[in-house]
Design a protein around this ligand. Structure first.
Ligand code: HEC
Ligand code: HEC
Length: 299
């Protein structure tokens, strides 16, 4: 190789690196986008329950779902994630975050220090949450008990430890977009579609994923594998659950009981622990939407 081709290669790769950095700059929400408003803490609690935040962020091996000290080890095919502290502790949690920081994390998967967050935190679903719901959720979290202590660093396989790479993943697989109601459907159905696809993040477990861990869009809800990549998550479209009535779906979200007399186990038991505490109207709304899953390719 001549010195000129070497130089040309070097310049080309520098341009490549610069381009990569330019297109993967994390996006954020500015404080100016948030007009003053009094938060609704009851709605914030509802979003916390619908979002199942406690199932990952609650301190393990204790029973208080509101102690959000983190530390849970989430085993995935990409390595082990250690869920961070999101309690209002000023040093170890998110107590010093602004509201805009929080909206940015849920809508764009970007941290206050401008790093991309891993989609192991399902912002791929949370980004469809409405602004007021995210703001209420933040107020609710900031009113909880601060918990000191930080989780350890993630232990990821090469090359997944390279955070900037998530920027490229986002370009390929992530669109930050709020839920848009379907006008032809009832208010109940739309509420259900919102809760299931947004805070509920049900598709995150119930869908197959490609080799880079992104949900295969036209097969949402048709079954997947558990986050550790080892167990199966059932198909919940009407192709599999056509015999379930709306009441059956609502019952499952309240008690964990299925119409054939079983009780759901594993990860779904943790989901039900949260949905059981939602208002019955929200479970009925989710049920109305679930009863139409797969009947049209819309979601
Ligand atoms: C499936 C598990 C899971 C669920 C459910 C989950 N999170 Fe997380 N969350 C994570 C992981 C893992 C990270 C770390 C991501 C990273 O390091 O890039 C994280 C990061 C965060 C962060 C950034 C913290 C920081 O210090 O940068 C916030 C804020 C957050 N989650 C809030 C929430 C809220 C609010 C909910 C409920 C609406 C929620 N999470 C539900 C797993 C989860
Ligand atoms: C963290 C992963 C995870 C999330 C999130 C999740 N599920 Fe599940 N779900 C499972 C697993 C695993 C099972 C199978 C449980 C079992 O084998 O007992 C299941 C079972 C079910 C079943 C019973 C299916 C059958 O054939 O018996 C339904 C219905 C269901 N989930 C609906 C939902 C809805 C609605 C949501 C969102 C609110 C949701 N799931 C969120 C993992 C998840």
């Amino acid at each position: 190789m001549t010195r000129r081709t070497l130089l040309a290669l070097l310049v080309a790769s520098l341009i490549g690196v610069a381009l990569f950095y330019a297109v993967t700059i994390p996006t954020r929400i500015s404080a100016a986008a948030l007009p003053p408003r009094t938060p609704d803490l009851a709605n914030g609690r509802q979003m916390f329950l619908a979002g199942g935040c406690a199932s990952c962020h609650a301190t393990p091996e204790q029973n208080d779902a509101l102690r959000l000290g983190g530390g849970l080890a989430l085993k995935t095919p990409f390595g082990t994630f250690y869920v961070p502290n999101i309690s209002p502790d000023k040093n170890d949690g998110i107590g010093s975050w602004s509201e805009a920081n929080f909206v940015t994390a849920l809508w764009h998967g970007t941290s206050p220090d401008d790093r991309h967050l891993y989609p192991a935190f399902p912002y791929t679903s949370y980004s469809s949450m409405q602004l007021d719901d995210v703001r209420d959720l933040f107020a609710f979290l900031q009113n909880l008990e601060p918990v000191p202590g930080r989780a350890g660093a993630h232990d990821l396989k090469f090359p997944f430890g390279f955070r900037r790479g998530i920027g490229a993943w986002k370009i390929l697989f992530f669109e930050s977009r709020r839920f848009a109601p379907v006008t032809a459907r009832s208010a109940l159905w739309n509420r259900g579609a919102y809760l299931v696809n947004g805070p509920g993040h049900c598709a995150e477990c119930h869908s197959p994923r490609n080799a880079l861990g992104a949900i295969i869009i036209n097969r949402r809800f048709s079954g997947g594998v558990t986050p550790d990549g080892e167990g199966k998550v059932p198909d919940i479209t009407q192709a599999a659950l056509g015999k379930w009535s709306e009441e059956d779906f609502a019952e499952l979200l309240e008690s964990g009981d299925t119409p054939d007399g079983q009780t759901v186990g594993s990860e779904m038991r943790t989901v039900v622990r949260s949905t059981a505490q939602l208002p019955a109207a929200d479970r009925a709304a989710m049920a109305a939407y679930l009863k139409t899953l797969g009947a049209s390719p819309a979601h």
